[in-house]
Write a protein that binds this ligand. Sequence first.
Ligand SMILES: NC(=O)c1ccc[n+]([C@@H]2O[C@H](COP(=O)([O-])OP(=O)(O)OC[C@H]3O[C@@H](n4cnc5c(N)ncnc54)[C@H](O)[C@@H]3O)[C@@H](O)[C@H]2O)c1
Length: 258
Amino acid sequence: MRTYVITGAASGIGKATSELLQERGHAVIGVDLKGSDVDADLSTAEGRATMVEAVTEKSGGSIDAIIACAGLSTPTVATAKVNYYGAVGTLTGLRPLLAGSEAPRAVAIASMASLFPPDDELLHLFLDGAEEDAIARAAVLAANDQLSAQIYGTSKRALALWIRRHAAREEWAHAGIPLNAVAPGIIRTPMTKDLTATEEATKALLEMVPMPLNGIADAIVVARLLAWLTSEENTHLCGQVVFVDGGSDVIIRGESTW
Ligand SMILES: NC(=O)c1ccc[n+]([C@@H]2O[C@H](COP(=O)([O-])OP(=O)(O)OC[C@H]3O[C@@H](n4cnc5c(N)ncnc54)[C@H](O)[C@@H]3O)[C@@H](O)[C@H]2O)c1
């Protein structure tokens, strides 16, 4: 039996992953705004500190895997806070608790939306600037109807790049911890409910996010991948962003990456 910490465990992909791992006999410490084992707001530094403290207490100081799922897709400042600082804070805050595991693993959820053109200034501030400056830039974007939609994709691109930047470093690869990300296409969860409410809306969405391989996916599809990435079987995947998107990455990026 392994102990997993899953953020965003009350809904969608986090919930499906939590249920799958528990069915397989593992212990899960769920984290979410409310209704989980640990209630914490990961969009604030205080909330992240509360989360680390509560998980340390509940786990007795040792966990086997971190699955950072919590996120928002609204064109708001909160999306910048939780998707980037919430996820990075979860990974770095809980990493010391992996030290006692024989097979420590960590994964976060990026998105195929990380392929959309980012706001370059926000991307740079996420990765190399101060949090307050990134949040100030996100507020400028959020106030502009033409630009606010870029917050989501930019936050996910920054998260994916953070993972590539850190995965081979001392505290992750050298400590025996595979650190990776998944990048889902459109997944049927409460997050996408309104976007897929009508046939017309779904068609328009699939034009932006083409999914020729089996179309829109259920949360369990991503859950199975997350479960494998954080299992004992994954010993050598390092800093990869695994697209589980029915083909949109292949269509959008083609042979420019491999
Ligand atoms: N559904 C999709 O199509 C899709 C596609 C690509 C990526 N993703 C990503 O997958 C992850 C899970 O999304 P989902 O579709 O399951 O959505 P969801 O809305 O069903 O679940 C997200 C969970 O995150 C929690 N959360 C949000 N803000 C939080 C905060 N400040 N502190 C703590 N918890 C918070 C929510 O309460 C919710 O339970 C997100 O990071 C999302 O961006 C989803």
